[in-house]
Design a protein around this ligand. Structure first.
Ligand code: ZN
Length: 148
């Protein structure tokens, strides 16, 4: 199996069996809702931060396979991480998806999100792959501002 095939399987697996899907409407959860008009993707992400650690992150939305699977992968890559660490992973994901070089260590932290590396060759799909990540980034920022 070549790398491309492996990456495609990761994406299809997360599309068919999305992780952390379905929102929680409880105290401590912060919601961000983003829309990608170019593809019609619609994504909601909630995060729960306790003592600087993302104790829960969940997603729910409609859209293409790239968008929905990427949201599932994002929750697994960021759950349990410190907020500062999660923000670095998010920025590394943006870099990778724009085709910019990232270090081996950064690749390791991305986990299965590395499967979206090939999206850099399809600029129109970059917004699909990053939508849930942008929602999470914004949610973390709003949580931080609220705590100040
Ligand atoms: Zn899309």
């Amino acid at each position: 199996m070549n790398l491309e095939e492996l990456y495609r399987q990761v994406i299809m697996d997360h599309y068919k069996n999305p992780r952390n899907k379905g929102l929680v409407n409880e105290d401590g959860y912060h919601l961000v809702h983003l829309h990608n008009p170019s593809c019609g993707d619609d994504m909601r992400v909630v995060v729960k931060v306790e003592n600087g650690i993302i104790t829960d992150v969940r997603q729910d939305g409609k859209g293409c396979s790239i968008c929905c699977s990427s949201a599932s992968v994002m929750t697994e890559s960021l759950k349990g991480k410190k907020v500062a660490e999660a923000n670095e992973i998010i920025q590394d994901f943006y870099k990778m998806i724009q085709g910019l070089p990232i270090s081996e260590n950064q690749e390791e932290l991305l986990g299965e999100a590395i499967a979206y590396k090939g999206v850099s060759q399809f600029p129109a799909r970059i917004k699909c792959a990053t939508l849930a990540w942008k929602a999470c980034e914004q949610a973390l920022k709003e949580v931080e501002e609220k705590d100040e």
